[in-house]
Design a protein. Structure first.
Ligand SMILES: Nc1ncnc2c1ncn2[C@@H]1O[C@H](COP(=O)(O)OP(=O)(O)OP(=O)(O)O)[C@@H](O)[C@H]1O
Ligand SMILES: [Mg+2]
Length: 316
């Protein structure tokens, strides 16, 4: 079975060759000390990873939002939490042997870390218990893909990139924004332009951070970023609408990303035929984000773009 897992800094998106999908916040918290709450416990949200001589147990996804902070590691291959999220997502898809796995790295980290991440997952054998399922996982083939390229491959596959010319793909995530220019030549063949691609360390998390600061100033209550993913929060027994706290930071992030990508692309901006927006952040910023005058479009299923592109790169 083939499985692609996009372990984003915000959300894990996993797709399988049989069409199954799973998405959950990329949050893990170590087992908290406390009482066993029986039927009100967080049983289904635990992930237990067992390998030879080692067992790790975490609270995962939504259930960890009050206890966990998003993982900002720069070295994904050496990070047990990243590897546990990959294994948990694979187990949730009920992946059957032989397992072929695709995972991603932000564009500008890709060259440096791809081999280490591949080695960290390849041949790995683990028993994983999650959401009431127990799965035995052994990765027989591992492909590491660059994230923005996954989104571009998905956009090509979905027919969102077609006409000859330059197309800019912007994948706005929780922590990072990957951008990449794809040139479609006169014969219709696509080529990624390596000198016109990169990662900007800006994403929706910057909005959550500013929202948390504003809320704390007004209410005196501090919130973790992951608690601000919804439309409202409760402070002092009162439901607080997050919209006024989010609006200005959202506009600020949109302008900042547009400016940064514009500066890095220089005189290529007026030559673009289209701008394709991907990632959950791409969808969220789409009403405002403008880079030059070319038509802007959101790719189909923007949040799944990388995972679907990775699956394609595995040969599906
Ligand atoms: N249905 C949705 N569920 C969750 N988040 C959504 C949804 N629609 C849009 N979003 C936005 O998408 C953001 C996450 O985007 P995405 O999953 O592309 O980031 P990521 O891949 O986790 O991060 P990065 O690429 O930086 O590692 C969320 O912070 C939220 O603002
Ligand atoms: Mg992403």
């Amino acid at each position: 079975m083939r499985v692609a897992v996009d372990v984003g800094h915000g959300w894990v998106k996993a797709v399988a060759s049989d069409g199954r999908r799973e998405m959950f916040p990329a949050l893990l918290a170590p087992e908290p000390a406390g009482l066993d709450l029986g039927p009100l416990g967080n049983g289904v949200h635990w992930v237990v990873v067992r390998e030879t001589g080692r067992e790790e147990k975490y609270l995962m996804g939504e259930a960890a939002s009050r206890l966990a902070t998003h993982n900002w590691t720069q070295d994904k291959a050496a990070d047990p939490a990243t590897l546990a999220l990959v294994l948990a997502a694979t187990a949730m898809l009920d992946a059957q042997a032989p397992l072929e796995l695709a995972v991603g790295l932000p564009l500008s980290w890709f060259g440096r870390q791809r081999e280490a991440l591949r080695q960290a997952l390849w041949g790995r054998q683990a028993s994983v218990r999650v959401a009431g399922r127990e799965a035995s996982i052994a990765c027989e083939r591992v492909v590491v893909c660059p994230q923005g390229v996954g989104a571009a491959v998905h956009a090509l596959q979905a027919g969102a990139i077609g006409e000859p010319g330059y197309h800019l793909v912007v994948d706005v995530g929780y922590r990072t924004t990957d951008w990449l220019v794809v040139e479609v030549d006169r014969d219709g063949a696509p080529h990624g332009l390596a000198d016109l691609a990169g990662t900007v360390e800006q994403g929706i998390h910057d909005v959550h951070l500013a929202t948390a600061r504003g809320l704390e100033a007004d209410t005196g209550v501090s919130f973790r970023e992951a608690e601000l993913a919804g439309a409202t929060v409760v402070a002092h027994g009162r439901e607080v609408d997050l919209t006024p706290y989010r609006d200005a930071p959202l506009a600020g992030l949109t302008d900042e990303i547009a400016r940064t990508v514009h500066v890095r692309m220089g005189d290529m901006v007026p030559k673009l035929r289209t701008v394709l927006l991907a990632g959950g952040g791409g969808q969220e910023l789409a009403p405002r984000l403008r880079i030059g005058q070319a038509p802007h479009r959101v790719v189909p299923e923007p949040m799944w773009a990388n995972a679907l592109g990775f699956l394609r790169m595995l040969g599906c």
